[in-house]
Design a protein around this ligand. Structure first.
Ligand code: AMP
Length: 169
């Protein structure tokens, strides 16, 4: 039912990529509410204390979920954006590498973390996110994605953390 809100944009941001555009889903009151409802259902809210979202579309869903459940939110950001002491992790892209960062005290006092991003593709981003959260003392209890591109088998890189996707293509 949610898939009708996803717009396929061919050759964005470069030739050969079929971009899954979530903005129609965000624009729809019913679509946005149903997405957060489904995230609440996907992982038992009593199993985690904090929601961690990955820049930048992970922030949209992660923050909405955290607010709905009266939990805190932790951002994982691109390099140079976080002002305090950070831990960072680099990962391979098709061409070159990328890096993400987290504040070293981001999970203090609340260890169990639900990881959120909009889309699971190759899994490199979330694999690095899991490493970061563990390195600062957090325990990722599950990963939740709005969309999974199953043919890329990103979940095989995420170890034994339970993976929940609201839609699979
Ligand atoms: P990956 O590290 O390969 O799993 O890529 C995941 C990140 O890249 C997510 O944060 C997505 O927002 C973005 N992404 C990768 N592929 C696509 C796609 N086909 N459509 C939209 N976003 C994508």
């Amino acid at each position: 039912m949610l898939d009708r809100y996803i717009r396929d944009v061919p050759d964005f941001p470069k030739p050969g990529i079929l971009f899954k555009d979530i903005t129609p889903l965000l624009q729809s009151p019913e679509g946005l509410r149903a997405t957060i409802d489904a995230m609440v259902e996907a992982v038992d809210p009593s199993s985690y204390d904090l929601v961690c979202g990955i820049e930048s579309r992970g922030f949209i869903f992660g923050t909405a979920l955290a607010d709905r459940l009266n939990k805190g939110f932790v951002p994982i950001r691109k390099p140079g954006k976080l002002p305090w002491k950070t831990a960072s992790e680099s990962y391979e892209l098709e061409y070159g590498t990328d890096t993400i960062e987290i504040h070293v005290d981001a999970v203090d006092g609340a260890r169990r973390v639900l990881m959120v991003d909009d889309l699971l593709a190759t899994g490199g981003t979330m694999e690095a996110g899991l490493k970061l959260v563990r390195r600062i003392g957090g325990e990722p209890v599950a990963c939740c994605f709005v969309i999974e591109l199953g043919f890329l088998d990103g979940r095989s890189r995420l170890g034994d953390v339970p993976i929940h996707s609201l839609m699979s293509f």
